[in-house]
Design a protein around this ligand. Sequence first.
Ligand SMILES: [Zn+2]
Length: 116
Amino acid sequence: MSITLVHLIPKDPHFSPAPAASEAAQARLQQLVPEALGGYDVWDIPGTAFIDPGENWCGVRCPVCGSDIEDWWGDVMDMAVLPDGYFDALAVTMPCCSAQTDLNALDYVRAAGFAR
Ligand SMILES: [Zn+2]
């Protein structure tokens, strides 16, 4: 049996919708996919977390020059994560082209990002 999760990742990684907006989104999802087995759930994560594609992970590239940065990315994620497992500051300088960007703007090959 497989499971499919739908993650909605906002542009602002620290954004947390009001409860009424979460409930409205969940109701709309139920209209769009009424046959979902196991039901629906909305998580309000207490901090900004990295939402990864799980077993579909295919790497990460620089959003400016396209270099493969997966090895660097792992080390930077380890340094950026807070003791509680969440993230606050996401700004980074790319090792390949010195571009200033942030961890949420990287080119994740499969959909990934930061969200609450
Ligand atoms: Zn680059």
